[in-house]
Design a protein around this ligand. Structure first.
Ligand SMILES: Cc1cc2nc3c(=O)[nH]c(=O)nc-3n(C[C@H](O)[C@H](O)[C@H](O)COP(=O)(O)OP(=O)(O)OC[C@H]3O[C@@H](n4cnc5c(N)ncnc54)[C@H](O)[C@@H]3O)c2cc1C
Length: 420
C-alpha cells in the first residue's frame, strides 16, 4: 500500500524538470508526464535551425535524467484533459490519479488564429521544429541548384517575423551562414541577392531590452547585412509571399515565426481560471479555485506588486518558481510556505559572432566581451558535461574554420508497410 504523497507533473521543461529535481529522493512519489521523451534547452534551438549544433547536444532523455532516482518515474504521453473532481489526469493511453497535480506545460507558437500562416510558416518551440527549419532551408538551396532559373526571384529569402531575442539571434546566425558557409557549399550559386529579412512591429529590435541594447543590436544587424523592417506587421503568408499591413509583400519560401507564444492549456478548467491563456495562480503557484492543483513556469500567471501584469515568460522564472514550490512541498507545515517573487537577473542576446548585448541589473554592456559572457553562461546552463564539451567543441570548430559540418537533411520517414 502506497503511503507516499503522489505528485504528477505535466511537462518536463525548465519548470517541471527543476521541480522533479528538487523532490528527487524525497518521501514523495513523483511521476513526470511529457509528450516528448527529452528535456529541451530552447535558448539554443536557433543554432540547431542554422546547423551550428546537433539537436542531441541540447536534448536530454528523461529516462537518462531519472535513471538514478528512487522516487521519480517518467511516462511518455500527451495529456488531453484533467478531471479535477476525481483527481485524474487523462491521456490517450492511460489515466493517472494524483494527490497533487502540477501543470508545467509551457507555451506554443502563437499564430494569432491565422491558419494559413500556421500551416506555411515555421514555429520554433520544440526540437522537431528546429530540425524542420534546418531541413527546409537547406532543401531550398538544393532545389535551387537544380532549377537555376528560380534563384533570383526572391523565393529563397529567409524571413524571420518578430525581433525579440529569438528573431534577432536567428537573423544573425542565418546571415553568417549566408556569408561564410553557403558560398563554400554551393560554389556555383551567387548569394548576393539572398536576403535575410527581420520583420518587426516595433521600431527597434529587442524591444524588451534596454535602449542601449536596442541601438547596438540594430547596428549589429546592419553590419551583418540583415534587412530590418521596422514598424511592419505580417498579415498573411501563402507559402510564396509574406503580406504586410503596409501593403508591401516579400517573396519567400522560408518564413520563421518568432512573433509570440501562447500557453499550452490543458482541457478541464473553466475559462475564469485563465488570463491570456495562462493559469491564474496565487503567490504559492496554486491554481485559483483548486486546493491541490498548481501551475509553474510559462503557463502560470502570477500577479505580484513588482509584476502586476504577471512575470516574463523566461527560463529563470520557470526554474525559480519550481524550486520555491518544491521547497514548500517539503516543509512540514503550510504556515512555513514562502511566497514566490522573481529577482530579475537580466537578459542577453547574441547577434552573430563577436557581437552580443547584455543587460544585467547592475551593468549593461555590448560587443565582444558580451559575446564571451553569453557563451559562458549558455555553456554553464546546458545539462551534462558531455553536452557542454560537445557544444564547446562545435563552437570552437566553427569559430576557427568559419564552418560547421552539421548540415544533414534528415527527415523522418514513415515505414511503408504495404507489401510491394
Ligand atoms: C526559441 C526559444 C528561445 C528562448 N530563449 C530564451 C533565453 O535565451 N532565455 C530565457 O530565459 N528564456 C528563453 N526562452 C523561454 C524559455 O525557454 C521558457 O521560458 C521556458 O522554457 C519555460 O519553461 P516551462 O517549463 O514553463 O515550459 P517548457 O520549457 O516549454 O516545457 C514545457 C514542457 O511541457 C510539455 N508539454 C506541453 N504540453 C503537454 C501536454 N499536453 N502533455 C504532455 N506534455 C506537454 C512539453 O513537451 C515541454 O517539455 C526561449 C524560448 C524559445 C522557444
Amino acid at each position: 500500500m502506497e503511503t507516499r504523497e503522489k505528485i504528477i507533473i505535466i511537462g518536463g521543461g525548465f519548470a517541471g524538470l527543476q521541480l522533479a529535481k528538487t523532490l528527487n529522493n524525497k518521501n514523495k512519489k513523483v511521476i513526470v508526464l511529457d509528450r516528448v521523451n527529452h528535456h529541451m534547452f530552447q535558448p539554443l534551438f536557433y543554432q540547431v535551425a542554422c546547423g551550428r549544433i546537433e539537436p542531441s547536444n541540447i536534448s536530454f532523455p528523461f529516462r537518462k535524467i531519472f535513471q538514478q532516482s528512487r522516487n521519480t518515474q517518467f511516462r511518455l504521453t500527451d495529456v488531453k484533459s484533467i478531471d479535477h473532481a476525481n483527481n485524474k489526469v487523462i491521456t490517450n493511453e492511460a489515466e493517472f490519479t494524483y494527490d497533487k497535480l502540477i501543470i508545467a506545460t509551457g507555451c506554443k507558437t502563437n499564430f494569432f488564429g491565422n491558419k494559413e500562416l500556421e500551416s506555411k510558416a515555421f514555429g520554433m518551440k520544440n526540437t522537431q521544429e528546429a530540425i524542420s527549419i534546418r531541413n527546409h532551408v537547406l532543401m531550398t538551396f538544393e532545389k535551387l541548384i537544380l532549377e537555376k532559373s528560380r534563384s533570383d526571384d526572391g523565393n529563397w529569402n529567409i524571413v524571420i517575423v518578430g525581433s525579440g531575442p529569438t528573431g534577432v539571434e536567428l537573423a544573425g546566425a542565418f546571415s553568417e551562414m549566408k556569408k561564410e558557409i553557403l558560398p563554400r557549399d554551393y560554389p556555383y550559386m551567387n548569394f548576393d541577392h539572398l536576403e535575410i529579412i527581420l520583420v518587426s512591429s516595433t521600431e527597434k529590435p529587442l524591444a524588451v531590452m534596454s535602449p542601449e541594447a536596442q541601438e547596438k543590436s540594430e547596428k549589429y544587424l546592419k553590419e551583418l547585412g540583415v534587412k530590418f523592417l521596422s514598424g511592419e506587421v505580417v498579415t498573411d503568408y501563402d507559402g510564396d509571399k509574406v503580406y504586410l499591413k503596409s501593403g508591401k509583400d516579400i517573396p519567400s519560401n522560408n518564413v520563421i515565426w518568432a512573433a509570440g507564444v501562447t500557453g499550452n492549456v490543458v482541457d478541464g478548467f473553466p475559462f475564469e481560471n485563465l488570463i491570456r491563456n495562462r493559469y491564474i495562480v496565487d503567490r504559492y503557484n496554486k491554481v485559483k479555485g483548486y486546493e491541490n492543483i498548481y501551475a509553474i513556469g510559462d503557463i502560470a500567471y502570477m500577479e505580484t506588486p513588482k509584476y502586476p501584469q504577471g512575470h516574463p515568460q523566461v527560463a529563470n522564472v520557470a526554474i525559480n518558481q519550481a524550486k520555491n514550490l518544491g521547497k514548500n512541498f517539503l516543509k512540514k507545515n503550510k504556515s512555513e510556505w514562502v511566497e514566490y517573487e522573481y529577482k530579475d537577473q537580466g537578459s542577453l542576446a547574441t547577434i552573430g559572432k563577436h557581437r552580443a548585448v547584455v543587460d544585467l541589473p547592475f551593468i549593461k554592456f555590448q560587443g565582444l566581451f558580451a559575446w564571451y559572457f553569453w557563451m559562458f553562461l549558455h555553456l554553464m546552463l546546458i545539462l551534462s558535461v558531455r553536452n557542454k564539451l560537445a557544444i564547446f567543441f562545435n563552437w570552437m570548430w566553427s569559430y576557427f574554420n568559419k564552418d560547421s559540418s552539421l548540415r544533414l537533411i534528415i527527415a523522418p520517414n514513415k515505414k511503408n508497410n504495404t507489401q510491394q
